[in-house]
Ligand binder design. Structure first.
Ligand SMILES: NC(=O)C1=CN([C@@H]2O[C@H](COP(=O)(O)OP(=O)(O)OC[C@H]3O[C@@H](n4cnc5c(N)ncnc54)[C@H](O)[C@@H]3O)[C@@H](O)[C@H]2O)C=CC1
Ligand SMILES: O=C([O-])CC(=O)C(=O)O
Length: 312
């Protein structure tokens, strides 16, 4: 398998590092627009091979897309990250241009690639990637739910004193500070509902802290996070290249599922060699369904910015 990661910054390089050390590809190309940057990151990762014992061949490229030719999976992380006090949505103007340009270049050399979009605002960038390329919908996957669900499990683990890997919990909806929906009523600690252990107050706190997980780290770091985002991107790549049929909440194109159409939003999907292969459209209660509709409204108004005359 050949994987390309576009953007060799914090998230792209961390994602590439995870892919290499877990040998998710035989060949891995890092590409960046900044002269020499991707080559440098690739060499640095390759110099861990003797220490960590992996055989993935990692190389870098300064915007030479020919080197990415025939990639099976392409992860797009190119674009600006937010600074403290900003929302992800404020990145739309610059990042839309970058994502549209990168996707076009990628497909010229890898027409069959499955594309994993990470750049923010991710729900709108996923929609843009789909609409601007006209690719079959199953080949465009936005990564947000994998990360938000991992953060949800982290918050739950802190309150429960539980191992995060013992927890089952998902976040659906948009990947925004106010649009994500941590489904706490469905979360379990090895099959026992977490609501059994937590007060109403604690549950509210966990949901609120999960929703601003990215903003909290941005404030602490001065830029947005990369370890968990990079690992979450690699988890989606792993599900594809190993044809795992994993159920991972991801941002995909909806055509009536969860009552929404013509929008990309986070829902549980089965991921395998064909990209996202199936949406699991399970019945939400009235409260969660209303939250999903509200989340869709917010993402749809961001998508509308793409077509606005003064937009991108
Ligand atoms: N979906 C998610 O869950 C997450 C999304 N993000 C988003 O991922 C993106 C990247 O974040 P970081 O890696 O922290 O930023 P960064 O600034 O460290 O790296 C971005 C890289 O993109 C490169 N780049 C810019 N334009 C390019 C182009 N046209 N072609 C190729 N490379 C180009 C830059 O040179 C830079 O090296 C941001 O938009 C951020 O908001 C970050 C974390 C989680
Ligand atoms: O918070 C940000 O801007 C980056 C991101 O999407 C995340 O870490 O969830």
């Amino acid at each position: 398998m050949k994987v390309t990661v576009v953007g060799a910054g914090a998230v792209g390089a961390t994602c590439a590092d995870n892919i290499a050390r877990r040998e998710l590809a035989e060949e891995l190309v890092l590409l960046d627009i900044k002269e020499g940057f991707a080559e440098g990151k690739a060499q640095d990762i390759m110099q861990t091979a003797a220490l960590l014992g992996f055989d993935t061949k990692v190389s870098g490229s300064t915007a030479d897309y020919a080197k990415t030719a025939n990639s099976d999976v392409v992860v797009i992380t190119s674009g600006l990250p937010r600074k403290p006090g900003m929302t992800r949505e404020e990145l739309i103007g610059t990042n839309a241009r970058i994502v549209e340009d990168v996707t076009k270049n990628i497909l010229q050399h890898s027409p069959n690639a499955i594309i994993v979009v990470i750049s923010n605002p991710m729900d709108t960038m996923t929609y843009l990637a789909l609409k601007s390329t006209g690719l079959p919908k199953n080949r465009i996957i936005g990564m947000g739910g994998a990360l938000d669900s991992a953060r949800f499990k982290y918050q739950l683990s802190q309150h429960l004193g539980a191992s995060p890997s013992d927890l089952n919990a998902v976040v659906i909806g948009g990947h925004g500070d106010t649009t994500m929906i941590p489904l706490i009523k469905h979360a379990t600690w090895n099959s026992v509902p977490v609501t059994h252990f937590l007060s109403e107050e604690q549950q509210k706190q966990i949901v609120a802290d999960t929703m601003v997980g990215g903003a909290t780290l941005t404030k602490l770091l001065g830029t947005s996070a990369w370890y968990a985002p990079g690992a979450a991107g690699a988890a989606v790549v792993e599900a594809i290249v190993r044809d795992q049929k994993k159920l991972i909440t991801s941002c995909v194109y909806l055509e009536g599922e969860y009552g929404q159409s013509d929008i990309c939003l986070g829902v549980p999907v089965v991921i395998g060699r064909n990209g996202w292969e199936k949406i699991v459209d399970f019945k939400l209660d009235a409260e969660d369904q209303a939250a999903f509709a509200k989340s869709a409204d917010a993402v749809r108004s961001m998508n509308d910015v793409l077509n606005a005359p003064a937009g991108v």
